[in-house]
Design a protein around this ligand. Structure first.
Ligand code: URA
Ligand code: CA
Length: 433
């Protein structure tokens, strides 16, 4: 088989067979196929697209290019959740103990934050003593005994995707639905999930700005998951503003604790119940979505979800007393109020800009190696639809630096305040099976 013939075949709009896709991904991972040929192929794929069968085959070839996590020692149906990326997305911290407390095994591998998006692992490390490195025996044991454990990424998962993603980044081929969908799904499948709930974001702060594009991506990922034998559901949710109020590591832990007690921001609470009920249903711990949701509401009301969070923190070496006394979490030296310069109604809060503001405070990494400040970040006081009067506090900035002018400027720019009322914007647009 020759790569040049495969490029020509795809260029002419024909479909590649499983053998051909395996040959290509194998050869590329092992450096037998050079970047220039793979670049030409990526561009051909970009223009010609891929059938569902090709997408499944590409995904599985990437899964098989490296290590795969084996969760077979864990009892029950392991359901993973993945978000296509948002700002202040605290859902994993809440969902892990929440669904575990109704009996769903949560064996979660999470990443660190880079740039202006946060990572669950960093957030957990703001809890004194919390250990994110576990052996696979420790990890499996914790999930079997108490249904939940979260570890940092380790091992050589999907090296083909890493290589191809870097190549796409510099050849203008990132923005292709089949390539994005297979890239994301290969990582989820290699992490060992039996079933997958996807949170596909849409809006100004999302990768997919338009609802139609988000739907197409969601459909593509659901078809790949189901085609690969992993039951997959996608929820399309809004990212025209950050989720919840808090953006920043320790601040989001505090927000997660509030939400587990039923006292969290409305949007974050609702999204967690929506995603959580899909997870509980896929794990076969409820006969319907309605029943799943009811179970989740019950464990929040009874305090069982919060107890599970404490148990989870303690079992990974963290100090559970911080759950009742969040003042033990890292605290910033300065709290600065950013005030509205005009009167009106909030129409939009550009999530990326808020993420960048938090990152400028030190909540995010500029490079993979940089240290982050777990205490800092922002807490929104006004969200879309809220009335503001000039001088009202829009955002509280938690900072360890004295001069926060640049950050304040960023925040002011992120807010659009208009005179007209705002149309009610849905939080959940659609659920795709
Ligand atoms: N995120 C991924 O993991 N892969 C893509 O291709 C795009 C976004
Ligand atoms: Ca948040």
């Amino acid at each position: 088989m020759r790569m040049v013939d495969l490029i020509a075949k795809k260029r002419d709009g024909k479909s590649l067979t499983k053998n051909e896709i395996d040959f290509m991904i194998d050869g590329y991972t092992n450096d037998q196929i050079p970047d220039y040929q793979m670049s030409a192929m990526a561009m051909a794929l970009y223009f010609q697209g891929m059938t569902t069968e090709e997408r499944v085959n590409l995904t599985m070839a990437m899964v098989e290019s490296g290590d795969q996590v084996d969760l077979s020692d864990i009892e029950g149906i392991k359901v993973d959740k993945h978000s296509t990326g948002g700002v202040g997305d605290t859902t994993t911290l809440i969902l892990a103990p929440l669904v575990a407390s109704v009996g769903v095994p949560v064996a979660k591998m999470s990443g660190r934050g880079l740039g202006h998006t946060g990572g669950t692992i960093d957030k957990l490390e703001s809890i004194e003593g919390f250990q994110v490195e576990l052996t696979s025996e420790q990890f499996n044991k914790l999930v079997n005994e108490q249904k939940v454990a979260v570890v940092g990424q380790s091992g050589n998962l999907t090296p083909a995707d890493k290589k191809l993603y870097s190549l796409r980044d510099v050849t203008a081929t990132v923005n292709s639905i089949p390539l994005i969908a297979s890239s994301i799904m290969s990582k989820k499948i290699a992490s060992g999930a039996d079933a997958i709930v996807l949170d596909v974001k849409t809006g100004s702060g999302a990768f997919m700005k338009e609802l139609e594009d988000a739907k197409e991506l969601a459909r593509a990922m659901v078809d790949i998951g189901n085609g690969a034998g992993r039951e997959t559901i996608a929820v399309i949710s809004d990212m025209n503003q950050p989720l919840g109020f808090a953006v920043g590591n320790a601040l989001e832990v505090k927000e997660a604790i509030d939400t587990l007690q039923g006292k969290g921001p409305k949007d974050l609470h609702e999204l967690c119940l929506t995603l959580g009920s899909q997870m509980v249903y896929l794990a076969k711990q409820a006969a319907s979505i309605e029943e799943a949701r009811q179970k989740l509401e019950e464990v929040i009301a009874s305090g069982k979800a919060l107890e599970k969070f404490k148990e989870f923190v303690e079992s990974q070496g963290g100090d559970p007393s911080m759950v009742d006394q969040p003042s033990q979490l890292p605290q910033a030296k300065y709290v600065v109020d950013v005030k509205a310069k005009e009167t009106g109604v909030v129409h939009e809060i550009i999530a990326d800009e808020i993420g960048i503001a938090a990152s400028m405070l030190g909540a995010g990494r500029m490079t993979k190696e940089s240290e982050i400040d777990l205490a800092v970040g922002v807490v929104l006081q006004k969200k879309i639809g809220d009335n503001v009067t000039e001088g009202d506090t829009l955002v509280k900035v938690y900072s360890n630096q004295e001069d926060n002018n640049e950050v304040e400027q960023k925040i002011i720019e992120a807010y659009s305040i208009e005179q007209e009322e705002v149309n009610n914007q849905p939080l959940i647009y659609e659920i795709i099976h």
